[in-house]
Design a protein around this ligand. Structure first.
Ligand SMILES: [Zn+2]
Length: 277
């Protein structure tokens, strides 16, 4: 069986690229697009896959991560899918990739101008849990009226003493559009600000694309007396000893013994290789 290069037909890819150009031109603005059926169910990253398919060229090197890891089901299958339908080279090394599709993390290794990060987005509308009506959220974006979100964060402070949102933490892109960074931990939010790499977001089920162009100002919402803070751990990675990376807590035996390890498997592996060398 032969496939069109990168699975999608050329007209669909052209439609996606037009939508992506508009998204880059209006940072943080959600652009509608004609989302296609993909050979994976919604929730498996169909938005990200369509964006990746529209961008891939024969010389690209693709990396796919899920929660920071290259070896989880979602990442392995998307990587295998593009190796089959586009014949592109794949890698687990962040530094070697030209295009990185991700679910729920930004790599620890700093990205470059010649790299593109594609996010899988389940819910592109940051106001959705606060306002279910699509027409109403569109109006709020048009008016840049984000009081609802500030009230929500304030209620967190009133109830818990701090802002309890730990992932999908809302950001203001280029001082204009309130944007969902997709469900990345807020630990990763600072990496969005003035990133040299182009960041593209695709929501397949919701049929929306948006973008954060390189070197765009991205602010995490906060208050003067409650500034934005990222997660910190009392532990270090038990495999590589990193004290700066995002850590996952894993249970390693039947007695419930826990250990903390880097969520970014490539970053952790590179550090261990350096120690051994
Ligand atoms: Zn580590």
């Amino acid at each position: 069986m032969t496939y069109n290069f990168a699975f999608l037909d050329e007209d669909t890819k052209r439609m996606l690229r037009r939508a992506l150009l508009k998204a880059v031109a209006i940072p943080g603005y959600q652009v509608p697009f004609g989302s296609r059926e993909m050979p994976l169910p919604y929730g498996w990253g169909t938005g990200g896959i369509q964006v990746t398919a529209a961008l891939l060229g024969p010389d690209d090197v693709l990396k796919v991560i899920d929660q920071g890891a290259d070896d989880t089901t979602n990442a392995v299958n998307i990587r295998r899918f593009f190796a089959r339908v586009a014949g592109v080279t794949t890698t687990e090394r962040t530094a070697e990739a030209t295009l990185i599709q991700t679910r729920h993390r930004i790599p620890e290794t700093s990205l470059r101008e010649d790299q593109i990060l594609v996010f899988q987005v389940p819910e592109p509308e940051p106001l959705r849990t606060l306002e279910p009506r699509e027409a109403e959220t569109r109006t709020l974006h048009a008016l840049a009226d984000y009081g609802l979100m500030h009230v929500k964060l304030y209620e967190d402070i009133a109830q818990y003493g701090h802002i309890a949102t730990s992932y999908d933490y809302p950001v203001l892109v280029d001082g204009r559009f309130l944007t969902s960074p997709s469900p990345i931990p807020k630990f990763d939010n600072p990496k969005l600000d003035h990133s040299p790499a182009l960041m593209l977001f695709g929501a397949g089920r919701e049929k929306r694309l948006y973008a954060i162009p390189p070197y765009t100002k991205v602010e995490s919402l906060a208050f003067e007396d409650h500034p934005f803070e990222i997660q910190r751990w009392e532990h270090q990675c038990e495999l590589c000893g990193s004290g700066e990376s995002y850590l996952d807590e894993v249970i390693v035996d039947d007695r419930g013994t826990r250990m903390f390890v880097c969520s970014d498997t490539d970053f952790c592996g590179q550090r261990r290789a350096e120690v051994q060398a």
